[in-house]
Design a protein around this ligand. Structure first.
Ligand code: UN1
Length: 497
């Protein structure tokens, strides 16, 4: 099955059949590929090639560079079903979400193609006669991309599509858990390059299949001016100081602990549907997953009973067979979830769900029923991100208290309020409301469109990816002063003769 998908996308079998590192699907624990892990020396050689590719690519006019991304978008449209299914095989997310992830890639390609004709700077009035000043944006260099298992392809594409139109080359280190989707993306980009012609240098984009040492090599190399990394806060804490130590730049998209404030005026039918998608979708393994429901005490019991009913109807099972919730990525994720639930019980919290499912049918996979954990107050367990479907439910009395509970966590990715009261809604998105990078009204915290800047504050790392003016992160800024007079006046009126 996986083999035929890979073949249709044109990935050379030697890349995913012959290696000594096993790629396992979380669907049933079987081996779906064998890749070769590269060591630090191989990465070193790739960085040299990426540098050469950059030197050529930056000379190609930006709208032409956009044409390559347009062709890549066409490849993605043609292979959406195959790549979406492969995302399901490798990450365990349901097919609908696998397809959604590929659609995010297509959307960012469209955005980047338009942007390729809009890499604008600005002009600035000079204080000196016969002078003008302007600000230009130039390509940055080879960009290092590190991505996580849970969104194996879209975050790469958010970075890659923009970085390419901005004139950069790419080095991508995907999660070791999801190398096949990365190889497939590389093959599709190669097809686009062939159709595009010689202007696209060889090695414009490379995939590094490797473990920790490969990532470290990338992070430490001063020839890579920007590292964009998606993953845990723990990973970000290691990457950020290493990149900073060599004065590199980073875009970090790390952990989230996303909350919803559910007010008495909210449309509860809508809220329950939003909670379901954002708390149990992707088996709780999105960085934007809803993890904390901060609900007004007057409606808490009603909301809980509605949620219990909704949770009972969730189909848990093989993500390719029409379930709503697929497996956790691996045993470690399952253990982390069980550990968190056990801790909650010990603290006296009421835990519903969380049990292992389908162990008979899939002894080597880890399916769970999503859990709801009722707590009286926010504690350290609730403040930490467990990458699994656990929804903590916390009561509040007034909006100020709700906002302060909401913001009292280390992470700051996504957030939302459900209310029909305009004062509450506007307060939540104001400067004294949510402290997150994303704050929504009457929409869950997950499932953002690519048009907006995506990312968050505090332990989420501060990076922004995809839409808005994020393209500027992939370019260097240059201030130009041009003298078209025949005098040489100095700024600030300084006389030097
Ligand atoms: C992630 O989980 O790393 O907003 C990214 C969302 C998706 C992206 C999630 N568009 O949920």
């Amino acid at each position: 099955m996986v083999d035929s998908i890979m073949l249709r996308m044109g990935v050379a079998p030697s890349l995913y059949r012959d290696g000594n590192y096993k790629v396992v699907t979380p669907i049933d624990g079987s081996v779906i590929g064998r890749v070769t892990l590269e060591n630090a020396d191989a990465v070193e050689a790739r960085i040299t090639k990426a540098r050469q590719a950059f030197e050529q690519w930056r000379r190609v006019p930006a709208p032409r560079r956009g044409e390559l991304v347009r062709l890549f978008g066409e490849q993605l449209r043609q292979h959406k079903e195959d790549l979406g299914a492969l995302v399901s095989w490798e990450s365990g997310k349901i097919l609908q979400e696998g397809l959604g992830e590929v659609q995010e890639m297509i959307d960012i390609c469209d955005l980047a193609v338009g942007q390729s004709r809009q890499l604008y700077g600005l002009t600035i009035a000079s204080e000196r006669p016969g002078h003008h000043m302007r600000e230009s944006r130039h390509p940055l260099g080879p960009i290092g991309l590190i991505t996580a298992f849970n969104f194996p392809v879209a975050p790469w594409a958010w970075n890659a599509a923009l970085a390419l139109v901005c004139g950069n080359s790419l080095l991508w280190k995907p999660s070791e858990k999801t190398p096949l989707t990365a190889l497939a993306c590389q093959a599709l980009l190669d097809h686009a390059s062939e159709a595009f012609g010689d202007e696209a240098p060889a090695d414009l984009s490379q995939v590094i299949i490797g473990a920790r040492e490969a990532g470290e090599r990338l992070v430490d190399d001063p020839r890579i001016p920007l590292i964009s990394a998606t993953g845990s806060t723990r990973m970000g804490r290691e990457v950020a100081p290493r990149v900073a130590a060599r004065f590199g730049r980073s875009i970090l998209e790390l952990g989230g602990n996303n909350g919803m404030i559910l007010t008495p005026s909210a449309d509860l039918d809508m809220a329950v549907r939003a909670i379901l998608f954002s708390a149990v979708g992707t088996a709780g393994q999105r960085c934007t997953t809803l993890r904390r429901l901060i609900v007004h005490e007057s409606i808490k019991d009603e909301v809980l009973s509605r949620l219990e009913k909704a949770y009972q109807g969730i189909r848990i099972g093989n993500p390719l067979e029409g379930s709503l919730v697929g497996p956790l990525i691996d045993r470690a994720a399952f253990d982390a979830m069980q550990g968190a639930l056990e801790q909650a019980r010990q603290q006296g919290a009421k835990v519903r769900g969380g049990e292992r499912q389908l162990a008979d049918r899939y002894p080597d996979a880890h399916y769970v029923s999503p859990a709801i954990v009722e707590v009286d107050a926010q504690n350290d367990l609730v403040r930490s991100e467990t990458f699994a479907p656990i929804l903590y439910v916390l009561p509040y009395r007034d909006l100020d208290e709700a906002i302060s509970i909401h913001n009292d966590v280390p992470q700051g990715l996504s957030s939302c309020i459900f209310t029909t009261d305009v004062r509450e809604a506007e307060t939540f998105v104001s400067s004294v409301g949510s402290d997150c990078g994303i704050a929504n009204v009457n929409i869950g915290p997950s499932g953002a469109e690519i048009g907006g800047a995506f990312g968050g504050e505090k332990d989420t790392g501060g990076g922004r990816e995809s839409g808005s003016d994020v393209w500027k992160s992939y370019m260097r800024r240059q201030t130009n002063t041009v003298n078209y007079s025949s005098e040489l006046p100095l700024a600030q009126g300084i006389k030097f003769d």
